[in-house]
Structure formats: structure tokens, C-alpha cells
Design a protein around this ligand. Structure first.
Ligand SMILES: [Zn+2]
Length: 323
């Protein structure tokens, strides 16, 4: 670096967390505090090219607003769902946004002229929970997001494993019930086919049959189970057992200090955590039992994680080379 450049006084990064329906966006300071937040619709039905164009527009707009407020945008972090090649900065594949090999990082660099990092939504969410949220202070964290699907991020010393093909952390596709329902991936009995929020609602409706007057959400199943309704109690128990099987496999692989549960199902709080801790405890043989805690950052985690990834990219290379 040349010594002549003035150091930016108030640096921020531009962070975007792109989901199937909406984008959560922010300007984030290096200490992890968001100084401006915005939400924009993704409108995925318009197709991947239009979504990519909106991402660039929103990012550029935020960078302009930062400068107008006397801040210095120093980098861009973008999180997207699906399979993400972080090393090449390519959104390889995404079912709900429609991306197929979109070189988002290079597109953003060209448009904004800022260093840009592209990350996976759950992996950066895990990064944020591990460094700023519920996993803070523990070096080995498994973040598991349980929503429409189930995915995880294994974070060691503040870095999430990406995998050789950008697909690390697909804990939702661990086989837990060989005779179970077919998963969206095509195979029967995957964890997310049994225990995702969507699967819990489906299972309850299936068992209730004629008695079901309206779709019941996973959160409602949890509440009904807590009041002792037999059907809900059965479904919730099945869910907890399947999750415990999946998490026990995760612990066997990763030996983490803390498992952080996020996503919609984790909002059931102690209705989930208390029986799940017990079920996980039963499954520990020689493995050390991890702490099991609820996520602390809510739906901000992805955006904050995208910001962390961007800051890592700027602080960059010497830090990575030490590893
Ligand atoms: Zn599957």
C-alpha cells in the first residue's frame, strides 16, 4: 500500500442478503453496527438477469447514500441462496432466485468499483451468529437454519467452511428416516423432509386428515403440543427426534462447542430447545455434548454476515495467509 492515501475516516460496507422474496440490505460499520437498513422486493419471477440488475442497483444506491452521509464505502458483501462458489464469486445455482452461473462478484466490482465478496446465505448467517451472535466467544460453531428447508454452516475461528464445490453444510439432506417422506432433492427420508418447518405443517395436516380445517404452521404445532394435544404432541416428538438424529450426526462430524439454531422453527424457543437438548443428550456416547442455543440475530444475520465477509475480503490476504 502506498503511504500517501488518506485513511477513510468512517468506513462502511454495503451488505445485501438476497432471498427468494426480499432483499435485506444495510450499510454496516466495521464493528458490526448497521447504520442504515433497507428492504427491497426480489421479484424472482422476473428472471435471474432482472434480479441481478436489481442487486447492482440497490448496492450502488446504498454506496451513493453512504457517500452523501459522509461515509466511505470500502467493500460490498452479497449473500445469495443455493450453491455459491465463493472463491470465483459465482452464484452457481439457486432454486428460488433462478441463478445459473451468475458471476455476481465481477458484475458488482465492475459496476461499483469496490472489492466485493459473494457468500451463501446460511453460511454468512452462521458467520454472523458465530462472531457477533449466539456463538460469540466459542471457536467451533455449527449454525443450523430450520425454515422451509434445513441447512447449516460450520464455523471455525470465525470462518465458515465453503466446501470444494460451494455446497458445504447441506445437513438437511442427511438421511434420518430411510422409509420417510420424499425430499425435494429426490431422495426419501432426508432430515428436511421430516423436520423442516414446512414438513412439520405437512405431517400434521396428513395425520389430521378430515379433521384439519386449515393449514397449521409448525409454530402452531409446537404450541398445540405444549397444551397436550395428542396429534400435535406426536408430530412435535417426531420432529424433535429427527432433528436430534441430524444434529448428532453433525456433532459426530464437527465436534463443535455450540450449535446455534436459527430459522423459523427456532422461534418456537424452549418448546423446541428443551426437548431437543434432552434428545441430543441421549444420543451422545463418547462425543462431548455441545451447547444448544437459539440464534440471537434473527433475520439480520444474513445481512450482517455478508458485511463480515466483505470486511474480511478487504482486511484480506495477510489474515488468510496466517491460517
Ligand atoms: Zn434431500
Amino acid at each position: 500500500m502506498s503511504g500517501g492515501d488518506a485513511a477513510p475516516t468512517d468506513p462502511v460496507v454495503v451488505a445485501l442478503d438476497v432471498g427468494g422474496t426480499g432483499m435485506k440490505c444495510a450499510l454496516v460499520r466495521p464493528d458490526g453496527v448497521a447504520v442504515r437498513t433497507e428492504r427491497h422486493p426480489t421479484d424472482a419471477a422476473r428472471g435471474p438477469a432482472a434480479v441481478a440488475a436489481t442487486i447492482l442497483d440497490v448496492a450502488e444506491g446504498l454506496a451513493d447514500k453512504a457517500r452523501a452521509d459522509g461515509l466511505t464505502p470500502i467493500a460490498v458483501g452479497i449473500a445469495v441462496p443455493g450453491v455459491v462458489d465463493e472463491a470465483r464469486g459465482v452464484a452457481v445455482w439457486s432454486a428460488n432466485v433462478g441463478f445459473r452461473d451468475v458471476p455476481l462478484r465481477d458484475l458488482a466490482v465492475r459496476r461499483l468499483g469496490l472489492p466485493t465478496a459473494l457468500g451463501h446465505d446460511v453460511r454468512v448467517g452462521g458467520l454472523a451468529e458465530a462472531r457477533l451472535g449466539a456463538g460469540r466467544g466459542t471457536g467451533h460453531v455449527l449454525f443450523v437454519a430450520i425454515g422451509t428447508g434445513i441447512a447449516a454452516a460450520h464455523v471455525v475461528d470465525g470462518h465458515a467452511a465453503v466446501g470444494a464445490h460451494g455446497a458445504a453444510g447441506e445437513i438437511g439432506h442427511i438421511l434420518v428416516r430411510p422409509d420417510g417422506p420424499r425430499c425435494g432433492c429426490g431422495r426419501p427420508g432426508c432430515l428436511e423432509a421430516v423436520a423442516s418447518a414446512a414438513a412439520v405443517g405437512r405431517r400434521y395436516a396428513e395425520l389430521a386428515g378430515e379433521a384439519a380445517d386449515a393449514p397449521v404452521s409448525a409454530a402452531e404445532v409446537a404450541e398445540r403440543a405444549a397444551t397436550g394435544e395428542p396429534l400435535a404432541s406426536q408430530v412435535w416428538q417426531e420432529t424433535v427426534e429427527a432433528l436430534a438424529d441430524g444434529l448428532a450426526s453433525g456433532q459426530a462430524l464437527f465436534d463443535v462447542a455450540t450449535i446455534v439454531l436459527g430459522g423459523g422453527l427456532a422461534q418456537a424457543g424452549d418448546l423446541l430447545l428443551t426437548p431437543l437438548r434432552a434428545a441430543l443428550h441421549e444420543r451422545m456416547t463418547f462425543h462431548r455434548e455441545p451447547q444448544l442455543v437459539a440464534a440471537a440475530l434473527g433475520d439480520e444475520a444474513g445481512c450482517l454476515g455478508a458485511a463480515l465477509l466483505a470486511m474480511d475480503a478487504v482486511r484480506g490476504h495477510d489474515h488468510q495467509e496466517k491460517r
